[in-house]
Design a protein around this ligand. Sequence first.
Ligand code: ZN
Length: 150
Amino acid sequence: MPTILLRARRAAAEKFSLIAAKYTPADVQVSFRRNLTGCAWAQSRKICVPRPRTRRALHIYLHEIAHVVLAHVHSKPEYLQEYEAELWAFAVMRAEGIEIPAKSLERAANYVRYLIHEAEKHGVTVNYAEVDFDKFLPSSYSQQPLQRAA
Ligand SMILES: [Zn+2]
């Protein structure tokens, strides 16, 4: 690979790692795994995640941090916790000026749809008012700077 691309990739990896660190509460125990999946234990404040060196890995990392920050201790149905974690991760990426690929939004929406389907299959009452699929539209994450109060 040309040196210039390697340099760009290394710079991006550094940027993503700094963003991950910025949003990781000091008391959260982070362990790393090699594949692009994650796990969170909100109660014991632990996550198991890929090293946040690519955009996809950062998204997974932030999703798991969200479970801890939002105190997802199974007090809500799974579909709702996953919905909230996805939106939190995307909001951070947007705030940090990271472009969110349409396919990441689509994957997240499909994941939540699948969990809703599973919940209903198991007799869980789904409150559709709590889930807004429009938040997974690319237009929700335009790269305009966030509005600030005047
Ligand atoms: Zn999750």
